[in-house]
Design a protein around this ligand. Structure first.
Ligand code: SAH
Ligand code: SF4
Ligand code: F3S
Length: 477
């Protein structure tokens, strides 16, 4: 159990002070190299995986920019390339190995280039061993628990000859107040907790992200207030299981209570959260959502499977019936809500009957969309040693049928906003037509309408003219 004692808080402050010293030392070094090369140094960060990693990358980029690197999207012109990796499915790992080969070629042309790897994949001992022995050109390797140490690790690399590898198995510390560089000026993710205690039998996240740790509400509120003062209109509260937030704090606070506090922050217009777990979804939370003016009209509620038998083997701790009851309750209280989900196909032992149950849930729950995944065996998880792994061709066939069903049900409800006027947050100029902008409704669906860049980051009312499947065309009301 994690409790923030006075000592730990002090430790976290000391850790931050130490890093500030290293940031200064690195700044000096970057200035030197830059003078030698006669040009500014550039950094390129690539993020794989979920919002958690995306937020970590903003912190990493914040440190690199403080040190004096200019951001670039082009790896070829970067002096430091940092991959923040994901290992939730095997193909995430394969993508990283594939790209490392290209980086090696680039590094041969630019010997100053530093290659750094961090994130979830690096928490797996066999991955680190492989990098140590077969990818010697990688300069720095660190994990998910010590991203705040980037400046120190970089400085060590400049002062040593070999790879710098620093992996922690767990941490009790949450280092607050690191510099961050947001991707969007008007919206931001905010970690409310780290790690996961659920141990779903297929999932590697608890092993690479450690035990669940909630941040103190006052730090969360302070971070959001600062973000709002800096122009942020929308926050997404992040955690692997947000509705178990706060249970282990010195003075426990529920997720519903936290949401009520966040709602009070003046100037904040929209609140999203990711991800709630069906087993912990309380009536309180549904009521807070229903009564809130700021919480978005969208709930992402991963079901994973529609078969109660498989859900038990997955260690999800709810049944098909319980999930469908929840959906009904949510739709009853918040009639216009948009529901989305995650589904895994091909979990060990999945029978045709189990799969039919999944299709049944998709039809009954009427999801606006679903992220569908083919089960991927992760070494060390209980499911990896289960008998009866489903043959590839059977999985592929089910996966296609699932996609088809998701599309059918989503399509049947997708035009329900046609003819309505809805508030939208303008995110960008339209990729295909510069006289248009792209905006997001509270239910997470995109709409394109005529407008200019002065609208970016503002909330405006838009008339939904026409549904084009997964997005709308509209005009300002
Ligand atoms: N904490 C979140 C999800 C984190 S991982 C939750 O519990 O819902 C995001 C999604 O990846 C999961 O919802 C699941 O659908 C999928 N996933 C996780 N492990 C997987 C595996 N071994 N194979 C295939 N998909 C997986
Ligand atoms: Fe993985 Fe389950 Fe934790 Fe989500 S709740 S991160 S699926 S173990
Ligand atoms: Fe991937 Fe780690 Fe997120 S494994 S899904 S980046 S928590």
């Amino acid at each position: 159990m994690y409790e923030t004692s006075i000592n730990e808080r002090k430790l976290s402050e000391e850790a931050l002070e130490r890093q500030i010293v290293y940031i200064e030392k690195c700044k000096e070094k970057v200035r030197e190299i830059s003078e030698e090369l006669g040009r500014p140094l550039k950094c390129c960060t690539q993020t794989f995986g979920c919002q958690m990693n995306a937020r970590d990358s903003e912190k990493l980029l914040g440190i690199l920019e403080q040190i004096g690197y200019l951001p670039t999207e082009d790896e070829k012109e970067a002096d430091i390339v940092l991959y923040n990796t994901c290992t939730v499915r095997e193909n995430a790992n394969l993508r990283v190995y594939g790209r490392l080969g290209h980086l090696n070629t680039m590094k041969k042309k630019n010997p100053h280039m530093i290659i750094a790897l961090c994130g979830c994949m690096m928490q797996e001992p066999d991955v680190v061993e492989k990098i140590r022995t077969s990818y010697k050109f990688v300069d720095i390797v660190f994990g998910t628990f010590n991203i705040f140490k980037l400046a120190e690790l970089l400085y060590s690399r400049w002062n040593s000859n070999g790879q710098v590898i620093d992996i922690w198995e767990e941490t009790k510390e949450i280092v607050e107040d690191l510099p961050t560089q947001r991707k969007y000026p008007f919206k931001s993710g905010v970690n409310i907790m780290f790690g996961c205690n659920n141990f779903c039998s297929y999932c590697i996240v608890p092993y690479v992200r450690g035990r669940e740790k909630s941040r103190e509400p006052k730090y969360i509120i302070r971070e959001i207030e600062r973000l709002v003062a800096d122009g942020v209109k929308e926050v997404m509260l992040l955690g692997q299981n947000v509705n178990s937030y706060g249970k282990n704090l010195e003075s426990p606070v529920s997720f519903a209570e936290l949401l009520k506090e966040v709602e009070q922050i003046e100037g904040l217009e929209r609140i999203r959260f990711m991800t709630p777990h069906p087993k912990d979804l309380s009536d309180d939370l549904i009521a807070v959502m229903r009564d809130s003016k700021k919480i978005c009209n969208h709930m992402h509620l991963p079901v994973q499977s529609g078969s109660s038998r498989l859900l038990k083997l997955m260690n999800r701790r709810y049944t098909k019936e319980h999930y469908l009851e929840l959906v009904e309750k949510i739709r009853h209280e918040i009639p216009d809500v948009s529901l989305t989900t995650d589904i895994i196909v091909g979990f060990p032992g999945e029978t045709e009957e189990d799969f039919e149950d999944t299709l049944d849930v998709v039809r009954k729950a009427k999801f606006d969309s679903a992220y569908t995944f083919i089960y991927s065996k992760r070494t060390g998880t209980p499911a990896a040693s289960m008998d009866d792994q489903v043959p590839e061709d059977v999985v592929k066939n089910r996966f296609d049928r699932l996609l088809e069903t998701v599309h059918e049900t989503a399509h049947a409800i997708s035009n329900r906003y046609e003819g309505k006027i809805l508030p939208v947050l303008v995110e960008d100029i339209d990729d295909h037509d510069s006289s248009m902008v792209t905006a997001r409704m509270t239910n997470n669906i995109l709409v394109h309408f005529p407008g200019g860049k002065e609208l970016i980051g503002t909330v405006v009312d838009v008339y939904m003219d026409e549904c084009k499947g997964f997005y709308y065309m509209g005009h300002r009301a």
